[in-house]
Design a binder for this molecule. Structure first.
Ligand SMILES: Nc1ncnc2c1ncn2[C@@H]1O[C@H](COP(=O)(O)OP(=O)(O)O)[C@@H](O)[C@H]1O
Ligand SMILES: [Mg+2]
Length: 245
């Protein structure tokens, strides 16, 4: 049964089969995320965080289970229909930025829009401009990724994720390759986007980043072992970070 959640996962399983080894990366995941929520996903390395995000982002198919995105049964769509949903409804932000090196900042951000035949060149340009302004990178439009710092590249990648007005932003360790100052800029940016109404689901190792979200889900061995508001966790972290190391 579908409901009003933006994201609804029911009994999602993902098994990888390699050289006769079965890896149960996701094991019976039930998860609902509402529109406007900011959720962080935590858990040890290898517990299935990236797999969960890539299933939600339709970058990877599940082995079993149901996935409703805004009420649409997206797990059972064929691959070209899934590509359409991915292009229009999902914005993905990766740890390694994943910008295309021989395209300018403008072209990178424009790329997802070029698959939308109904958009005219002028409309695309306006959307790209708007997205780059949101991340404060419009002044670097003609630069190439290699001419930018890591933090700037990630801001461009966020603009690329935003430009098609997705229903949800999925970020996999978005600050994992950044120094603490740039990490803070990116976290502040995600916080602002959430305040403006974006639904965000972010994998992070960093407890401080996780606290910017409203809700934290913890995975272990492919299962959700904890799901609670971050207000419960704030005090714990304050105590831990005030201890001498
Ligand atoms: N493409 C793949 N092929 C085989 N096994 C994979 C693949 N991707 C991930 N896995 C395995 O699935 C499990 C979960 O991986 P992952 O989702 O990347 O974890 P995390 O992001 O939490 O570190 C790990 O055991 C990993 O080795
Ligand atoms: Mg990962």
């Amino acid at each position: 049964m579908t409901d009003t959640s933006l994201i609804q996962l029911e009994g999602i399983q993902k098994i990888f089969f390699t050289d006769e080894i079965e890896t149960w990366a996701l094991d019976e995941i039930h998860l609902k995320i509402s529109e406007g929520e900011y959720v962080s996903i935590a858990g040890p390395s290898g517990c299935g965080k990236s797999t969960l995000l890539s299933v939600m982002g339709l970058l990877n198919s599940s082995t079993d289970g149901q996935y409703f995105l805004d009420g649409e049964d997206v797990a059972s769509l064929n691959s070209s229909e899934q590509a359409r949903v991915r292009n229009r409804q999902i914005g993905f932000i990766f740890q390694a930025f994943n910008l295309i090196g021989d395209m300018t900042v403008f072209e990178n951000v424009e790329l997802p829009l070029t698959y939308r035949k109904e958009l005219k060149r002028k409309e695309r340009k306006e959307k790209v401009q708007e997205a780059l302004e949101k991340v404060d990178m419009a002044h670097r439009m003609k630069h190439f990724p290699s001419q930018l710092s890591g933090g700037q590249q990630q801001r461009v990648a966020i603009a690329r994720a935003l430009t098609g007005d997705p229903k949800v932003l999925l970020a996999d360790e978005p600050t994992g390759n950044l120094d603490s100052k740039n990490a803070q800029i990116v976290m502040d940016l995600l916080g602002d986007l959430h305040k403006q109404g974006s639904t965000i689901c972010m994998v992070t190792h960093d407890p401080r980043s996780a606290l910017q979200a409203q809700r934290q889900i913890t995975l272990f061995d492919g299962k959700i072992v904890d799901d609670q508001p971050t207000s419960n966790l704030r005090l714990e972290t304050e105590v831990l970070t005030s201890l001498p190391s």
